[in-house]
Design a protein around this ligand. Structure first.
Ligand SMILES: Cc1cc2nc3c(=O)[nH]c(=O)nc-3n(C[C@H](O)[C@H](O)[C@H](O)COP(=O)(O)OP(=O)(O)OC[C@H]3O[C@@H](n4cnc5c(N)ncnc54)[C@H](O)[C@@H]3O)c2cc1C
Length: 416
């Protein structure tokens, strides 16, 4: 058991949003507990090898996320690994990550902020009284432990706390959710190898008649990673219900099988892949969409497309265009006006049913299409940061205070 069980702010989930929430709250003066079910931080970046940060820059290459997110970029610079890549056709700029460096950066930032970190600890239930959460139960190797708090932030990606406390949620039908992808890290792909979609398509077309299973996608995204020089390959997709453990189990097994088929196709006829090997998948399938918060407000596709701005209630900027993986092999895009950015309002991170609950990252309240923009990790740092500060303000004062939250976001260097 832990030696502390009472906190001002309790954050569930240690991905981009949860890290930012915990650090933001701690820097606002709150005592903070961060609960993460894996043995390391990073969320999809480290659990599913999603090793490219999207959303830090808009399509004009202007930076739109700073604050705690900037601390991450600064750490990458300090370790001499900060590397961006811009796709010329779209203007989309990503920040490339190395897996182990990412874990280490997050460990250091959370430790330096004085956050009480519980790894290997999974939220399983919550207790509410009069519309407020008073405690959560987490299970770890020591058993079940109750942690009390004044304010709670769900950054679990899947809305574990939203679900546990019965807060309003938005859950689309499984077929309307985005497809999942088992990200492959492939080693020994030669430096001059063909990473093009056209090359992949040719190789898959040749191999497909002999494949043990349907290879619906003909090509994917292949990005060369810094340090390891592995290729991050997004091609093995699944479109089951990630909230259904039977579907999810099948998806893990099937997409792993599928990844070997794509590897075989590329080894056979894609230039530079002959000696390649599957270095890693997982630890888990990359799940893009499950449930999210029903907030006082929801960001809409129109807000994103029109680059809607409202300084009177804004807590973050979103600068990544809508990228909707509607089904296996089909991605629909939707731009932001003038390739700029839109504001995320305070109402999109606070629950419409539970007064002391905030949710950030891919739980931010939105419609389906806006979700395709909001969900990326850069934007998740920004919305998570705002959740942490709003929760810290609530813990100190017992009320929602946008004005104070905004002031502290400014003090902590957020771009709004
Ligand atoms: C295949 C794929 C490719 C993607 N590509 C990109 C990309 O290139 N760039 C980009 O920026 N974004 C990308 N995304 C989107 C992005 O990765 C996620 O939307 C983003 O990670 C959301 O951040 P988050 O902090 O909200 O959630 P997550 O990163 O999902 O983190 C949630 C954390 O909560 C923890 N957790 C969950 N349940 C519990 C519980 N009950 N108790 C305790 N802890 C819990 C999880 O272990 C996890 O660490 C991709 C997503 C997928 C799936």
């Amino acid at each position: 058991m832990t030696d502390e069980t009472r906190f001002d702010v309790v954050v569930i989930g240690g991905g981009s949003a949860g890290i930012a929430a915990a650090i933001g709250a701690a820097q606002a003066g709150a005592s903070v507990c961060l609960v993460e079910k894996y043995g390391f931080l990073g969320g999809a970046a480290t659990t599913s090898s999603v090793l490219a940060l999207c959303g830090f820059f808009d399509q004009n290459k202007n930076q739109v996320v700073a604050g705690v997110g900037q601390q991450v970029l600064d750490q990458l610079r300090t370790r001499d690994i900060y590397q961006t890549q811009t796709v010329p056709e779209t203007g989309n700029t990503i920040v490339l990550l190395d897996l182990e460096t990412t874990k280490s950066v997050y460990d250091d930032l959370i430790t330096a902020a004085g956050v009480r970190l519980l790894l290997h600890s999974q939220l399983i239930s919550a207790t509410t009284v009069a519309g407020q959460i008073i405690a959560v139960d987490v299970v770890h190797r020591g058993g079940v432990e109750t942690i009390t708090g004044r304010a709670f932030v769900d950054c679990s990606g899947d809305g574990a706390l939203i679900d546990a406390c019965g807060a309003g949620a938005i859950v689309s039908a499984p077929s309307e959710r985005q497809a999942s992808t088992l990200v492959m890290r492939v080693g020994a792909v030669s430096e001059d190898a063909d990473l093009s979609m056209a090359g992949m398509t040719r190789a898959v077309d040749v191999y497909r008649p002999r494949s043990e299973m349907a290879m619906v996608r003909s090509s994917g995204i292949a990005v060369r990673m810094p340090l390891s020089r592995e290729v991050m390959l997004l091609i093995a997709d699944d479109h089951g219900d990630a909230l259904d453990v039977v579907d999810l189990t099948a998806a893990e097994v099937q997409s792993r099988r599928l990844s070997w088929q794509y590897l075989a196709a590329f080894q056979e006829s894609l230039a530079g892949w002959k000696n390649s090997f599957l270095a890693s998948t997982g630890p888990q399938l990359g799940v893009r969409e499950t449930r999210r918060l029903r907030g006082h407000q929801a960001v809409t596709a129109e807000d994103v497309a029109d680059a809607h701005k409202n300084s009177s209630d804004a807590i973050a900027r979103g600068g990544w265009p809508m990228e909707d993986h509607v089904t296996v092999g089909t991605t629909e895009y939707g731009g932001i006006a003038d390739k700029g950015w839109y504001h995320v309002p305070y109402g999109a991170i606070c629950s419409d049913t539970v007064e002391n609950l905030w949710a950030g990252g891919r739980l931010t309240s939105s419609d389906n299409r806006a979700y395709a923009s909001l969900r990326v990790m850069g934007t998740s740092f920004a919305t998570g940061h705002a959740c942490g500060i709003a929760a810290a303000v609530y813990a100190a004062t017992g009320r929602h205070d946008y004005s104070r939250t905004r002031t502290l976001l400014d003090v902590q260097g957020a771009l709004i």
